[in-house]
Design a protein around this ligand. Structure first.
Ligand code: HEC
Length: 109
């Protein structure tokens, strides 16, 4: 009898793992990413500030991917380097998941 419950238990576990891997689009924490982006990037990338305004929906997912691959060429590379890699990952998750061509494009107002 208990063998049957072990099988059911394993089956449920498997389903949860599958859901986990398919819905996690990017491994960063997008809620933290939004906070970090507003705190560390929007100080310049905002209407009336020194750099072009940036929002998640300013770029497509492919454009964000490219931007994060080559941020060292940007004028603000030093600002990125102040952040840890996990923090950059959180910002990426936020921007990517709400990009122009994502299912839920967004501004960060
Ligand atoms: C001290 C001001 C400042 C900060 C802080 C800053 N940037 Fe920039 N950034 C600039 C300037 C100036 C440029 C070059 C001019 C432009 O693109 O407006 C630039 C360029 C860029 C570009 C390339 C241009 C484009 O529109 O594709 C991206 C992407 C970018 N920044 C993203 C970020 C991200 C993400 C952060 C936070 C981790 C950040 N920036 C923080 C000033 C800043």
């Amino acid at each position: 009898m208990w063998r049957k419950s072990v099988l059911i238990f394993l089956a449920i576990g498997f389903v949860f793992v599958m859901i986990g891997t398919t819905t996690a689009v990017e491994k960063g924490n997008e809620r933290k990413g939004k906070y970090l982006f507003r705190k560390n990037c929007r100080s310049c990338h905002q209407e009336g500030k020194t750099a072009a305004p940036l929002n998640p929906n300013t770029k497509t997912q492919a454009q964000w991917e490219r931007a994060f691959e080559r941020f060292e060429r940007f004028e603000c590379a030093d600002e990125w380097k102040k952040l840890s890699e996990p923090e950059q990952g959180d910002i990426f998750a936020y921007l990517y998941n709400h990009a122009f061509d994502s299912p839920s494009p967004a501004t960060c107002e």
